[in-house]
Design a protein around this ligand. Structure first.
Ligand code: ING
Length: 331
């Protein structure tokens, strides 16, 4: 009997800076209702799905940015979303800005801020939490940029690794599910850590500016969607897993985010894609048995990987200059 789960990417259009969370939650509940009508069992919402992409706004006092964060999950504003999902028996992924009061690596308990995502089961249990590891952008105001991207200012690097959990979803007793957030998808290491835990389905949300806001040089705008799809398709193929990748898209206070959310299979094929850059639900039936072929042949990690040759991947952070070739001495 094939192990099939019906999933959806619930893409969100823009959320303006002035829009309250209640509007975003109402829009997400409308997408959940659509998902219920289509027999969807797992819905993936975007990164930072409750507010505008606030890291584009500079706050000199970081505490001023706390209004963009969730001190509790669920909270009064998000409880209706949890209730609707439980009513429909639908699991969901939600990205949000998390405030936590917990010990850091020195043992000091303090207020900590993360770019976080949770996986919630069909009965409302939080099955898994992930905190974004790869934070793009910068920590201080950058006058050269056309738009700021201050994730390194507002968030700490995630401290939960890249976990995978096997949990019931839809009609299945267990699916191996993992998460990553936005920029993480560009780093093969993130995919491989999930792959080494036998992940079958990766849920990821993203907020990706539709054009390059760094003053680093020309990047053709069409490459934003191309690079997003390339990263996700490669990650799925090379780790024999499905991914549901959901954008927050459209123009927020004059700044455009790219859409084109996708669902990808373990062959790296796009099996569903959004056509708008607004609220849009795309769905697919994922036959998890399709993970087996890659995992037992081309990417049978136990047979083919050679960790003894990969030392640089964990020993180095940046790249180093190579050795320069010298003509061998004439004998
Ligand atoms: N956004 C972007 C992303 O990784 C980015 C930032 C875009 C980095 C393009 C590099 C190139 O999709 C977030 N939120 O990570």
């Amino acid at each position: 009997m094939s192990r099939i789960v019906t999933v959806a990417a619930a893409q969100l259009g823009p959320i303006q800076k002035a829009e309250p969370r209640s509007i975003a939650v109402a829009r997400m509940i409308r997408l959940l209702e659509q998902a219920h009508r289509r027999g969807v069992e797992l819905v993936v919402f975007p990164e930072l799905a409750l507010t505008t992409f606030f890291p584009r706004h500079y706050h000199q006092d970081i505490a001023e940015a706390d209004s963009w964060f969730e001190p509790a999950m669920p909270s009064n504003e998000t409880a209706p979303l949890f209730e609707a999902a439980r009513r429909y028996g639908i699991g969901f992924h939600l990205g949000f800005a998390e405030i936590a009061h917990e010990a850091d690596e020195t043992g000091v308990v303090r207020k900590r801020r993360f770019n976080t995502a949770i996986l919630v089961g069909p009965r409302g249990d939080v099955l898994l939490k992930y905190r974004k590891v790869h934070l793009p952008g910068h920590a201080e105001y950058d006058p050269k940029r056309t738009v700021q991207h201050l994730e390194k200012r507002y968030f700490e690097v995630g401290n939960l690794g890249f976990p995978v959990i096997r949990a019931p979803m839809g009609s299945l007793d267990g699916i191996n599910m993992g998460m990553m957030i936005c920029n993480d998808r560009r780093w093969p290491e993130a995919w491989r850590v999930l792959g080494l835990q036998s992940v079958e389905l990766v849920a990821l949300g993203y907020n990706t500016p539709s054009h390059n806001t760094e003053a680093g040089g020309f990047e053709a705008p069409h490459l934003r969607v191309f690079h997003s799809h390339l990263s996700i398709q490669a990650g799925c193929y090379q780790n024999a897993c499905f991914a549901v990748a959901t954008a927050k898209a459209g123009t927020e206070d004059g700044c455009e985010l790219a859409g084109h959310s996708i669902i990808v299979n373990p062959q790296g094929e796009i099996i569903a894609m959004a056509a708008t850059w607004d609220d849009e639900l795309i769905t697919a039936d994922c036959n998890l048995d399709l993970c087996t072929l890659g995992r037992t042949t081309v990417f049978a990690f136990d047979r083919h990987r050679r960790p003894e040759a990969y030392g640089r991947i964990v020993e180095q952070v940046g790249s180093v200059p190579p050795e320069t070739w010298k003509k061998p001495d004439a004998r």
